[in-house]
Design a protein. Structure first.
Ligand code: GAL
Ligand code: ZN
Length: 661
């Protein structure tokens, strides 16, 4: 069980280090991440190393019984590096070469950067591979940079040559016949840079794929070198989520020993818990059952232009929610709040106020609880029978210009379907079409905004339906092939025959203006003209030019939602399908804003609501933290989290009836 966070002793005089270790012990901290941004301290000038301070830090931590997740510092090269190698500074799409002064200011394709990164990683590796405190290597930090320089252009062309069998094939894939973009030599191809009008979407998409692969190759270089020095220490890098991130984590997940994820909910009401559940389910699915929360904020979180201070109990609820969803612990950014620097007000386990503070008291309490749970956490056993598709390239494609509505939002669409399942209390996995895809464990697959679909993915989903699976497709799915070329004959070309519908027109709507359906549900932002070619209409549009036309359809077990249904509509729809597919929630009849998550024998119950709640358990249980016998019904206070250890063995059905609501 990992409990701790980023620890930056290089920001503090050495006297503070002893206090740090003492406080860590008091809080039950088991591990800290060291060295993430320490390059300029470890290599003060080119080829001159100073490890003495880090030796002392690691030894002190080891004496305190605290494990170290040791980072390679390559996310932030020192100023001497960029001055010596100006060609390794990144260039943005406008041609502006950036200057050091922040972090992440390097070009991942620059040979000088790659060499310097390998060098510092191997120096660190040689020195600490056998250190007794070392628990895990943490390569780099949050890969996700972007550069459009000439070195990048050269690397991009190499990548394109490997991906496209010939220049003709590339011209075809990129539809370069449009606007006279045909390339007659590989050397003419550029990364997307500032240009007169809309860029070529297939070029932009391939560039994002390239960036992801390019960063992955930088990771793999360091990983292999560290692995060579000590094959038994697991190696990870922390994945970050966010719309700007040019990394396809589903592809990366196969290359790390441990999927580690940074997650910062940025809303303050129950939506933060929904974001947490989303991130936890996604991370668990990347990690095929196991993963580690490497960073989250202990207290203040940014939301809508200001910071929000977590209410009492929220730290524990959110942290345990990640653990319930398979995380092997909870780590935070960061241990001690800094005295200066760009993130001076970012929260920490030890705040500016010091340990005599509400947050530190909550940390100590959480440490005790996690300590009690640690021996009881089995390998994750979260029996999801529903999966939602997640596809970074579709996200990237739908971030492009020239789409039919500015309101198209891939992440929001995926989160919305997940949220509906969360509210229905139904365990949910994600599946990744790019690394396809074993659907045999699932009874329901939900497909929101899966814009790019290959023939193989379409075939896998067709087979899923043929074997009785329920496929629920939302708008903007199956529209284009992996090069963003639209399939002819009516949308969604990839799924038309599975769904028994043919969409002949899109009707994007003004934001905030409701579109009503005749089953009482409401949609926003999106509507379509749907022809039935085998499906039956379950709901129809009631107004405007689409009045009387199908809006929601089914064709056997293939369901299509053509409208931008609101949250209530999705929840109702998915509950209905779950009932038909015999997929039960974790617990029947939970009060609103009470959440239950099963991990093996443990049942995590979270009361996010403002009132006390009582919950019936599927069997008698004990409190996994205190050992107290709970019986078969628990009362749980507002804002509380309770972990119950069920007496019934895993695998015993948790619900007797499949009907929801
Ligand atoms: C993370 C990053 C940390 C810190 C944190 C602030 O994305 O890895 O170094 O910047 O964000 O929220
Ligand atoms: Zn570059």
């Amino acid at each position: 069980m990992f409990f701790g966070g980023d620890y930056n002793p290089e920001q503090w005089p050495e006297e503070v280090w002893d206090a740090d270790v003492e406080l860590m012990c008091e809080a039950g901290v088991t591990a800290v991440t060291v060295g993430v941004f320490a390059w300029s301290h470890l290599e003060p000038s080119e080829g001159e190393y100073d490890f003495a301070w880090l030796d002392r830090v690691l030894d002190r931590l080891h004496d305190g019984g605290i494990k170290v997740v040791l980072a390679t510092p390559t996310a932030s090269p020192p100023p001497w590096f960029t001055l010596a190698h100006p060609e390794a500074l990144p260039v943005n799409a406008d041609g502006v070469r950036l200057t050091h002064g922040s972090r992440d200011t390097y070009c991942v394709s620059a040979p000088a950067y790659r060499l310097a990164a390998r060098r510092i990683a191997s120096e660190l590796g040689r020195r600490y591979a056998d250190h007794p405190a070392l628990a895990m290597w943490h390569v780099h930090n949050e890969y996700g940079t972007d550069c459009r320089c000439d070195l990048t252009a050269a690397a991009f062309r190499e990548w394109l040559r490997a991906r496209h069998s010939s220049l003709d094939a590339l011209n075809e894939a990129w539809t370069t016949a449009f606007w006279s973009q045909r390339y007659s030599d590989w050397a003419q191809i550029m990364p997307p840079r500032a240009t007169q009008y809309l860029p070529n979407p297939a070029q932009v998409l391939d560039f994002r794929r390239f960036l992801s692969d390019e960063m992955l190759s930088a990771f793999v270089e360091q990983r292999d070198l560290l692995r060579g020095l000590n094959p038994s220490t697991p190696i990870t890098t922390n994945f970050v989520q966010g719309g700007w991130v040019s990394v396809d984590h589903a592809r990366w997940a196969g290359e790390v020993d441990v999927v580690a994820v940074d997650h910062y909910p940025d809303l303050s009401d129950i939506s933060a818990e929904e974001q947490t559940a989303f991130a936890g389910d996604l991370a668990r699915s990347w990690g095929r059952g196991s993963w580690l929360l490497m960073e989250t904020a202990p207290n203040l979180i940014f939301t809508r232009g200001r910071m929000h201070t977590k209410e009492p109990g929220r730290l524990a609820r959110q942290s345990l929610s990640y653990v319930a969803r398979g995380s092997d612990g909870a780590m935070y950014f960061q241990w001690r709040q800094p005295r200066g620097g760009a993130e001076v007000f970012h929260s920490a386990l030890v705040p500016h106020a010091g340990p005599d503070s509400p947050i530190f008291r909550e940390v100590v309490d959480l440490g005790t609880r996690l300590g009690a749970l640690s021996s009881q956490l089995e390998p994750t056993e979260i029996p999801a029978e529903v999966a939602v598709t997640w596809d970074a390239p579709s996200w990237w494609a739908l971030q492009g210009a020239g789409l039919p509505s500015a309101g198209i939002d891939y992440l929001a669409a995926v989160q919305q379907t997940h949220r509906a399942l969360f509210r229905a209390g139904i365990p949910t996995d994600f599946v990744f079409p790019g690394t396809m895809i074993d659907l045999s464990a699932y009874r329901i697959v939900v497909v929101p905004h899966l814009y790019l679909v290959s023939d193989e993915v379409a075939a896998a989903l067709r087979d899923f339906v043929a074997s009785g699976g329920h496929l629920v497709v939302g708008p903007l799915s199956g529209v284009a092939d992996p090069f963003a070329r639209v399939g002819p004959g009516g949308y969604p070309a990839a799924f038309r025959h599975i769904l028994g519908v043919r969409v002949t027109e899109w009707h994007p709507q003004d934001p905030g203006v409701p579109v009503h359906l005749d089953d009482g549900s409401t949609a926003f932002g999106w509507a379509e003209r749907v022809e039935l070619i085998g499906a039956q209409a379950l709901a129809r549009y009631t107004e405007g030019t689409l009045a009387g036309e199908p809006a929601v359809t089914r064709n056997g077990t293939a369901w299509y939602v053509s409208a931008g249904l609101d949250d209530a509509g999705w929840e109702r729809m998915l509950r209905t399908i779950a009932a038909e597919a015999n997929v039960p929630p974790v617990l029947e009849g939970l009060p609103p804003e009470v959440e239950a998550v099963r991990r093996g024998q443990l049942l995590f119950v979270f009361n996010h609501s403002e009132s006390e709640a009582s919950v019936k358990l599927p069997s008698a249980a004990t409190d996994a933290v205190t050992g107290r016998f709970l019986g078969t019904e628990i009362t749980i206070r507002s804002a509380e989290a309770l972990v119950a250890r069920l007496e019934k063995p895993v695998g015993t059905p948790t619900a007797t009836s499949a009907s929801s609501e």
